[in-house]
Design a protein around this ligand. Structure first.
Ligand code: ATP
Length: 386
């Protein structure tokens, strides 16, 4: 039976496992626990995003995978073999940086050919591979330019071509789109996904842009303070976040105070919120005494009423912001400030500040969460209770 050699680029696989990764940075005056036991298994060809606030450990995780950083403990396994003893340039991986990291004195062609020359590829094959990479990235006509003569988006395309020409098993992305303007970033998201899918390479993408993570990923890994809070598909992360931290980090969130909770079987809970009693889906760990109800702003319904005075479900519109495709309201209520978003608003239906409204919501879109779970304080997560 043939033994699989993960360093042989001819073997198509790319199953990456991070096992119990810990990283403590020791400086002269203090030590920082950047990673606190990271376990993650990424399937061959999967595209996974590491997402989280600044300092949560995303870059450290990526740098350990690439071999630029050594973990304090734990292992990085690619197709069953530890990478820890393998030098960065010997790992079957390529990395695309925010800063492009192109050689400024070389042409586009030379930049893309560089890695293959190091590998001492026969000249004819090298030429063919470089031509193919340039063509697929739409760069053939720029082959003789220096990076300094190109736009940011074009330079990032060169960086992608340079990475893919090496046929890595794992492609690492360190905030590659952060320097580009908003429109180009959106265009490049699908370009990166198209490329990664076509080549069947495992992709790990670091970002703190939730839009990027949600639109590109098979699975999103939400990190907080060196730990993984949740790993799930974008839909699952948005609809069924594991914690208040995840709910608040991904998208916009209202956390409504729950007056009464009872178990209702099948993972459901019977709750009383804003004077209504109904069954809602519930996250593991939500307790009868210490839970909040997540309602996304687009699930909140506002109906003008004649009544005045903040009580029960009646509140008052504080602000109205028109975005074209939607209107966003902040409503003062007995539950604190509630954010509501109405899509595709008709001009006559837009509620002006001061309007008295009844606050309702789509019950099917609610989710009961442990309050302040996993070390996250509701106050930190933007809980706006009275
Ligand atoms: P950002 O989005 O700001 O890049 P991040 O999630 O990528 O943040 P890391 O760069 O991985 O976070 O840093 C995690 C923690 O480790 C932070 O507290 C950071 O200050 C610390 N850290 C990172 N590199 C070092 C280092 N070389 N020496 C000491 N501390 C470090």
């Amino acid at each position: 039976m043939a033994v699989m050699d993960p360093l042989d680029p001819g073997v198509a696989s790319g199953h990456l496992i991070l096992s119990g990764l810990e990283k403590v940075f020791v400086t002269r005056k203090s030590s920082v626990r950047a990673l606190d036991h990271i376990d993650l298994s990424i399937a061959p060809g999967e595209f996974v995003t590491l997402l989280g606030p600044s300092g949560c450990g995303k870059t450290t995780t990526l740098r350990i995978i690439a071999g630029f950083e050594v973990p304090t403990s734990g292992d990085v396994l690619l197709d069953g073999q530890s990478m820890l003893e393998v030098a960065p340039d010997r790992r079957p991986m390529a990395i695309v940086f925010q800063s492009y990291a192109l050689f400024p004195h070389m042409t586009v062609w030379e930049n893309v050919a560089f890695g293959l020359k190091q590998k001492k590829l026969p000249a004819a094959q090298l030429k063919e591979e470089v031509e193919q990479a340039l063509t697929s990235m739409g760069l053939s006509h720029m082959r003789d330019r220096a990076p300094g003569q190109m736009s940011g988006g074009q330079q990032q395309r060169v960086a992608l071509a340079r990475a893919m020409v090496m046929r890595p098993k794992v492609l690492l992305f360190d905030e590659p789109l952060s320097s580009l303007d908003a429109k180009l970033r959106v265009a490049m998201r699908s370009e990166i996904r198209r490329l990664q899918r076509r080549l069947g390479i495992t992709g790990i993408y670091v970002t703190h842009d939730q839009g990027e993570a949600m639109s590109m990923s098979d699975r999103v890994v939400v990190m907080n303070d060196g730990r993984i809070e949740q790993t799930a598909t974008p839909v699952e992360i948005y609809r069924h976040p594991a914690s208040v931290f995840v709910a608040d980090f991904i998208g916009r969130a209202n956390f409504l105070k729950v007056d009464d909770v009872h178990p209702a079987g099948d993972g459901l809970a019977r709750v009383a919120v804003l004077g209504e009693e109904f069954d809602t889906q519930s996250a593991p760990g939500a307790t009868l005494t210490h839970s909040v109800l997540l309602v996304r702003p687009e699930s909140i319904r506002l109906a003008p009423v004649a009544e005045q005075g903040i009580a029960g479900r009646v509140g008052r519109v504080l602000t109205t912001v028109f975005y074209g495709e939607s209107v966003e309201y902040v409503v003062e209520s007995a539950q604190g400030n509630i954010t509501a978003v109405a899509a595709d608003p008709h001009e006559a239906d837009i509620l002006v500040p001061g309007t008295w409204v009844e606050v309702g919501f789509d019950r099917r879109r609610t989710w009961l969460l442990p309050a302040g779970s996993q070390g996250t304080d509701l106050a930190d997560a933007g809980y706006r209770a009275v």
